[in-house]
Design a protein around this ligand. Structure first.
Ligand SMILES: [Fe+2]
Ligand SMILES: [Fe+2]
Length: 289
C-alpha cells in the first residue's frame, strides 16, 4: 500500500493532538455539538485556512483532477479500514477513528428502522476522506462546504475569515449569483462548484459505480453543506429536485452529529451485515477511486 509519508505523518499528528486535548464527545447534550465559538483553537485555525484557500479555481481544478478516478482500486471495506488511521481535525466533537464514526452513524440509522440505503449512506458518507491519503491537506478534505463562484453567506461558520479569500474581492465571484448569474435563477446544486472536499469526491466515486437512489447520492454530496441544511442559506441556488431532497440532509444530519460517542461498535460483529449491504448497492466489489 503506497502511503505517502506526509499525509500519514499529519494524520498521526492530528490523532495525538486531539487525543491529548481530551475533547471527548461522551455524554454531550445536543446543543453542545458544533459549538464553534468555544471550539479548540486548532478548529478555528483550520477554518481560517480553509476559507482563505478554497477558491472557485482551486475547487474546479480538483474536481476535474479527481473526477478521473485514477487514484486506485479499492473495495468499500478496504477504504473504511484505511481511514481507521485518520481523525478529522475540523470536527470539535469527535476523537474516535473514522471507522467508528462510520459504524456509529450507520448503526444509529439502522436501529431507527430507516431504509437500508440510508444505513449504507451512514457507513460510507465520509469515505471521500481518502483524499488525505492521496496527499491533500485537511482543508481540502474535511470541514463544512459552501458554494464557490458567488457571494459567501454570513451563515457559514467563521464567515468573517472569507476576507482572506481572493474570490471575495473578485467582482466575477462576489455578487449574489456570481458566475451563475448567466443562468436562470435557481440553477440547481448539481451545476454549482462547491468547496473541494470529501463530499464531492465520494459523490464522483459513487455516482456511476453504485445503484443507490438519488437521495443517497445527494446526501453524500452535500452532507457538509451546513449553511444550507442547518441555516437555510442559498435557497436561490436550489432547483425543484434539490428542494425535494434537502429534507434528507436534515434527517441525515441528526445521525451524523448525534451518534458520535465514545462507546465503540464491535466491528467484527456487525461486519457481515454491512458486507452484504454493500454488495446490494455496489455491483462491483472494487471501485475506481
Ligand atoms: Fe462528512
Ligand atoms: Fe460524518
Amino acid at each position: 500500500m503506497d502511503f505517502r509519508n506526509k499525509p500519514l505523518r499529519n494524520v498521526a499528528f492530528a490523532f495525538l493532538f486531539m487525543t491529548s486535548l481530551g475533547y471527548a464527545a461522551q455524554d454531550k447534550q445536543q446543543a453542545d455539538y458544533r459549538d464553534y465559538q468555544n471550539a479548540p483553537e486548532h478548529v478555528k485555525t483550520f477554518y481560517k485556512t480553509q476559507h482563505a484557500n478554497q477558491t472557485y479555481d482551486f475547487a474546479s481544478k480538483k474536481l476535474s483532477q479527481y473526477g478521473q478516478l485514477n487514484h486506485g482500486t479499492y473495495s468499500i471495506w478496504e477504504t473504511l479500514e484505511l481511514l481507521n488511521k485518520m481523525v478529522d481535525e475540523s470536527d470539535p466533537d469527535l476523537e474516535l477513528p473514522q471507522i467508528q464514526h462510520a459504524l456509529q452513524t450507520a448503526e444509529a440509522i439502522r436501529q431507527d428502522g430507516q431504509p437500508d440505503w440510508l444505513v449504507l449512506v451512514g457507513l460510507i458518507h465520509d469515505l471521500g476522506k481518502m483524499l488525505a491519503f492521496w496527499g491533500e491537506p485537511q482543508w481540502a478534505v474535511v470541514g463544512d462546504t459552501f458554494p464557490l463562484g458567488c457571494q459567501f453567506s454570513d451563515k457559514i461558520i467563521f464567515s468573517e475569515t472569507f476576507k482572506d479569500n481572493p474570490d471575495s474581492k473578485n467582482p466575477n465571484y462576489n455578487s449574489k449569483l456570481g458566475v451563475y448569474s448567466k443562468f436562470p435563477q435557481n440553477i440547481g446544486l448539481k451545476n454549482v462548484i462547491m468547496s473541494w472536499g470529501h463530499d464531492e469526491y465520494l459523490y464522483q466515486v459513487i455516482k456511476e459505480q453504485s445503484s443507490l437512489p438519488d437521495a443517497a447520492k445527494f446526501i453524500v454530496r452535500f452532507h457538509s453543506f451546513y449553511a444550507l441544511h442547518k441555516e437555510g442559506a442559498y435557497q436561490y441556488l436550489l432547483d425543484e429536485q434539490d428542494k425535494t431532497l434537502v429534507p434528507w440532509l436534515e434527517v441525515f444530519r441528526k445521525y451524523d452529529l448525534y451518534s458520535k460517542s465514545a462507546k465503540t461498535v464491535d466491528v467484527a460483529q456487525v461486519k457481515p451485515y454491512y458486507v452484504a449491504l454493500i454488495k446490494k448497492y455496489f455491483p462491483k466489489e472494487k471501485l475506481q477511486w
